[in-house]
Design a protein around this ligand. Structure first.
Ligand SMILES: [Zn+2]
Ligand SMILES: [Zn+2]
Length: 189
């Protein structure tokens, strides 16, 4: 399903509000092993005319299940992102000009064809950008025992004695990853 904004309608009404509450599949968002979007993605966006272009801005929010980079425990959090995009009509016959200077500074300008601006990809980008690469379940997460993989948040007094531990640690990791992988979908590796 495409989420579209009609440019003629924006011209007629000055601005158009777009609200959506959609499954991640609508935006082609796949589950990843260490992070997955949970439930639907909601957006509250306003599109308005801006000097011959269209400005789209608002908020996108969703829940995500992310695995802590330290202790490997998944945690669900709510992520909210600002959406800010400028759309310009694609002019087919125009030769690309050298060093064309865009008047919007460093902002990304997205071109659209015809009368509809399709925002699925932009929402997708924003959702994926919102998922941190390194994530800590809490600021004082203690992580795992480097020797045996014991979760030190759950066992703060843990101390390792033996050194036949490599195996247990590996097993724990493998189990965790299997668990995460099996979370949903077939997962993309
Ligand atoms: Zn943690
Ligand atoms: Zn240990």
């Amino acid at each position: 399903m495409l989420i579209k904004v009609n440019v003629r309608e924006i011209e007629a009404h000055k601005e158009i509000r777009v609200n959506f509450f959609e499954e991640k599949g609508v935006f082609d968002i796949e589950d990843r092993h260490l992070a997955m979007v949970k439930g639907k993605i909601s957006g509250d966006l306003v599109f308005s005319e801006a000097r011959g272009a269209v400005l789209g801005k608002g908020k996108i929010s969703y829940r995500a299940r992310i695995v802590c980079s330290r202790c490997l425990e998944p945690k669900e959090i709510t992520i909210e992102r600002d959406f800010y995009r400028i759309y310009e009509p694609k002019i087919e016959w125009q030769e690309p000009q050298e060093e064309e200077e865009l008047s919007y500074g460093d902002l990304d300008v997205t071109e659209y064809k015809g009368e509809d601006i399709i925002i699925n990809n932009d929402v997708r980008d924003e959702v994926l950008l919102g998922i941190p690469e390194f994530f800590f379940c809490s600021v004082d997460c203690r992580g795992l025992c480097a020797k045996c993989g014991e979760n030190l948040n759950k066992h703060p007094r843990h101390s390792c004695k033996g050194n036949d531990i490599e195996e247990g640690w590996k097993k724990e990791l493998q189990e965790k990853y299997r668990e995460i992988k099996g979370g949903k979908d077939n997962g993309s590796s």
